[in-house]
Design a protein around this ligand. Structure first.
Ligand SMILES: [Zn+2]
Length: 64
């Protein structure tokens, strides 16, 4: 599993999910429709580094 320099991984409480949405997804979200993010990155709350991100396949299978 990918970790940041201080040892945070995806499942750590120090990991922050950064979701990015396309304009179309944002529009859907306004109406309460769940939309799949265009990207999801994991950022360490301690050192501020983005240390991991979901690839296209993982994004599709991710539970939101
Ligand atoms: Zn870190």
């Amino acid at each position: 599993m990918t970790t940041c320099p201080c040892g945070t991984d995806r499942t750590s409480p120090n990991a922050e999910e950064i979701r990015q949405y396309t304009k179309m997804s944002m529009f859907l979200l306004l109406f309460g429709v769940s939309a799949v993010p265009s990207s999801l990155e994991f950022k360490c709350k301690k050192c501020g580094q983005i240390f991991d991100r979901l690839n296209a396949d993982e994004l599709k299978n991710f539970k939101y």
